[in-house]
Design a protein around this ligand. Structure first.
Ligand code: GLN
Length: 477
């Protein structure tokens, strides 16, 4: 059990004088040390976090009203988010030694509210993966069972919260990278609507999919962090100008809801029985509580993964062309001219999975294949969007598993990239359609590992999604 499971607990401890922030940061730093073998962190900002804690303690003592809304929040950030004057490498050798010149907008907004960043967390290289095994720093391990993967790509982020080394974490979710590791590690993981949080300062993988997301133990913390990070940003034209609701204040759910589940998803062959049972158990409870839960048809499930991997690799091949050995990080010492510098730096700097995706993405964008693959996948994306929207016109939420199985063994799928891709089948839909989705820890499987279930809502319906999630966690389960 983590020592603190919400910011409000920490703030109570701070206000009653039971602890100061320096104590809280020390607690987390001790946890970081004792759980080092989990490999959750790429770098810990120990010294700096402690100094910041002392400064905040002094600020609070001088005037308790002067501290920000995140006073007491100790957060880890995934190694794809820029934090000024700190290194960021996207889990890749190619960014070795690169230091951010500015902070991501999301990070900046959290810092303004007096959040303390304790370190940057391990992840799959450029967020490409489902297990954290594609990291230049080696895999992170699941704290529930260290022979299992923590999920990915934000594996270190999930473990950092699971193992009580910080209160909450920022990850990114392009195809499930917040929700799936959250499910594997038994914590909450939320991906907001595409455009709800600025992507400025997030190292891009698939720009039309990427969103920053939150790992936490409580819905309140998830809501508060989202509320502070969300909103328009002059540095990201895809960040929505829609007003940001007071998510944190709007967590009451007192209406009867309509929930759909996808027949094709629940009947899919690869879905583990224990997870399926957990989903139906929740469905029965919701029905008993007066909610409407209905099965709906969704014939497009089998097209989601192929379309996603065509589109994201296409975007990745373009996004990653900037890593050329000249502008950032790693440069091969074995090159004697410009072309060789490009080639050797990229060959030596990128790992296998990233190379595979750059090649696939370049292929689907190339003359002669563009229409057959890229354009076609765009059309499929549109169909999936239209169908999902249609369902969400009749229903408030779509309930789904997060992953077909619980966390698998380290190494188990490393030789079979297609099997790894297929395991993303339930998370990718939300990214394809840009809708918010959350992974809720609903209990343990008979095998002892955590199970997560997922709720998806229509675009910008985060308030309802969070309120309903809180109700499910507090009152239904
Ligand atoms: N597992 C998916 C992929 O490899 C999702 C990754 C992510 O969301 N960043 O693309």
């Amino acid at each position: 059990m983590p020592k603190y499971t919400s910011l409000s607990e920490i703030q109570t401890a701070l206000k009653t004088g039971e602890a100061d922030i320096a104590d809280i940061v020390s607690h987390y730093l001790t946890r970081v040390e004792t759980t080092k073998d989990l490999n959750a962190y790429v770098e810990v900002f120990a010294e700096e976090a402690l100094q910041k804690a002392q400064a905040l303690d002094a600020k609070f003592r001088a005037n308790p009203a002067s501290v920000g809304r995140l006073f007491g929040m100790v957060l880890s950030i995934k190694d794809v988010l820029c934090y000024k004057d700190h290194q960021v490498t996207a889990g890749s050798k190619i960014l070795e030694g690169f230091t951010s010149l500015f902070s991501a907008t999301a990070v900046e907004r959290l810092l303004t509210e007096d959040c303390i960043i304790i370190g940057r967390t391990n992840c799959d290289e450029f967020a490409m993966g489902s297990t954290n095994e594609n990291s230049h720093y080696g895999p992170a391990k699941n704290a529930a069972d260290t022979s299992k993967v923590p999920g990915g790509s934000s594996g270190g982020a999930a473990v950092s919260v699971q193992a009580d080394t910080c209160l909450a974490a920022l990850g990114t979710d392009t195809g499930g990278s917040v929700r799936q590791p959250a499910a594997f590690c038994g914590v909450i993981g939320m991906k907001p609507t595409y455009g709800r949080i600025s992507r400025y300062g997030l190292l891009a993988y698939g720009s039309s999919f990427d969103q920053i997301g939150v790992f936490a133990h409580s819905i309140e913390d998830t809501a508060l962090l989202l509320e502070i990070m969300a909103g328009a940003d002059e540095f990201d034209s895809t960040a929505s100008a829609k007003p940001v609701p007071a998510y944190f204040q709007e967590l009451n759910c007192n209406k009867k809801t309509r929930i759909a589940y996808l027949k094709t998803a629940m009947d899919s062959e690869g879905l583990d029985v224990g997870i399926k049972n957990a989903a139906f158990h929740l469905i029965e409870k919701l029905k008993k509580d007066g909610h409407t839960v209905e099965a709906v048809d969704f014939d497009l499930l089998d097209y989601i993964i192929p379309a996603y991997y065509v589109l994201t690799t296409a975007e990745a091949s373009s996004n990653l062309s900037r890593y050329d050995g000249i502008r950032y990080g790693y440069r091969s010492a074995n090159a004697s001219n410009l072309t060789e510098t490009y080639k050797k730096s990229r060959t030596e700097g990128f790992g296998n999975e990233v190379k595979r995706r750059i090649m696939l993405g370049t292929f689907v964008l190339s003359t002669g294949y563009y229409d057959a693959y890229y354009s076609k996948a765009q059309k499929v994306r549109r169909l999936i969007f239209d169908k999902t929207k249609e369902i969400l016109q009749d229903f408030d939420f779509i309930l789904m598993p997060v992953a077909p199985t619980t966390a698998w063994n380290l190494g188990e799928k490393m030789d079979d990239p297609v099997a790894m891709y297929l395991a993303d089948i339930f998370t990718v839909q939300a990214n394809m359609v840009g809708m918010p989705a959350i992974s809720l820890p609903v209990g343990k499987h008979a095998n002892g590992l955590p199970i997560g279930l997922q709720l998806m809502a229509d675009q910008f319906e985060e308030s309802d999604l969070l309120a309903f999630s809180k109700y499910v966690l507090d009152s239904v389960l």
